[in-house]
Design a binder for this molecule. Structure first.
Ligand SMILES: Cc1cc2nc3c(=O)[nH]c(=O)nc-3n(C[C@H](O)[C@H](O)[C@H](O)COP(=O)(O)OP(=O)(O)OC[C@H]3O[C@@H](n4cnc5c(N)ncnc54)[C@H](O)[C@@H]3O)c2cc1C
Length: 285
């Protein structure tokens, strides 16, 4: 996480928790949607950005604060100079491979424990590596796993509510361990499902068929089952591929794109072109 030390944390803002609610059932990993309000009018935030959360926490490395980034998960709203931002947070924990001890992630646990009215310190905003393309004819393959849906949910809402007449194709692959952990597609009030009638938008679930088993999410199968269309999109010079989520998706993705392109070499060449043209970006954590 060395890039974190390069971020400017001097610009700090107080943010108050306006809402916090758990999106996943209690027998699944805890993921919360938290809405913050920033009173300082100099804080401005856009959909393709992230912001930092600073938690007072001394570490073995002598740091006094713990700093972690979170993607903007909805359209930021400004009213009377106050800005409301939405975030999605998964409560993280891990077992240290040497000591075997269970550790709780500092920032995610701090955020999940906050209640309405609590004040926290945020930094930023910071640019995410992916941007909403300026060209309305651009195609996008968006791959969001778990909380990786956050930036793309904001993208899609922005594109269909504020960018008039988007003409490019948008294909969202949305992965989770089980249907119960699909954070927004299940939303009874609509949300992403509000855009299902848009001619240019389609969303696909990439779920493990065995939710109780800890096997990798079958993202590759979800992508490969649309191989024809994905190949067509990959053949167009105006296609962007953005990925957000967990490290383990990278291997599945490579497998899927190699199969679709027909060989490792073809995929590596195409990926190199996408990277060179700033049409490939990933936020993996
Ligand atoms: C641009 C960007 C956007 C992000 N957006 C989101 C978002 O929208 N939502 C979200 O929930 N997260 C997001 N993240 C991830 C987030 O920043 C944090 O990394 C995450 O919440 C965990 O932070 P933490 O302080 O709770 O855990 P930490 O205390 O930093 O560390 C725990 C994590 O590090 C790993 N780890 C550390 N040490 C060990 C060890 N000894 N053994 C095994 N594992 C270890 C484990 O994976 C563990 O979960 C984003 C990250 C980036 C870079």
């Amino acid at each position: 996480m060395s890039y974190l030390s390069e971020l400017n944390t001097k610009k700090q803002y107080k943010a108050r928790v306006k809402q916090t609610h758990r999106l996943t059932p209690t027998n699944k990993e805890e993921i919360r949607e938290i809405i913050l309000e920033v009173e300082d009018p100099s804080f401005k935030c856009k959909v393709d950005q992230s912001f930092g959360v600073l938690v007072k926490h001394s570490s073995d490395f002598g740091n006094e604060y713990h700093h972690r980034l979170y993607s903007v998960a909805d359209l930021p709203a400004t009213e009377n100079g106050h800005t409301k931002i939405t975030m999605l947070v998964k409560r993280c924990s891990y077992v240290d491979e040497f000591s075997g001890e269970l550790y709780h992630g500092v920032s995610s646990n701090y955020l999940c424990d906050r209640r309405v009215g609590d004040e926290i310190t945020i930094t930023g905003p910071f640019e995410l590596p992916f941007k909403v393309p300026e060209d309305k004819n651009a195609n996008m393959i968006l791959i969001g796993m778990g909380t990786g849906i956050a930036p793309f949910r904001a993208f899609i809402k922005h594109i269909y509510s504020q960018e008039k007449e988007w003409k490019g194709k948008i294909r969202l692959f949305y992965g989770a361990k089980s249907g119960l952990e699909l954070l927004y597609l299940n939303d009874k009030d609509g949300d992403l499902t509000n855009y299902y009638d848009k001619a240019t938008f389609e969303a696909f679930h990439a779920l493990s068929p065995r939710p109780h088993w800890n096997d990798p999410i079958l993202l590759d199968k979800a992508i490969e089952s649309r191989a024809e269309e994905i190949l067509e999109m990959l053949s167009s010079a105006n296609t962007y591929i953005y990925i957000a989520g967990y490290e383990k998706v990278k291997e599945n993705l490579n497998k899927a794109f190699i199969n679709i392109m027909g060989s490792k070499e073809k995929w590596e060449n195409r990926k190199a072109e996408l990277i060179a043209g700033k049409k490939w970006a990933e936020v993996i954590y």
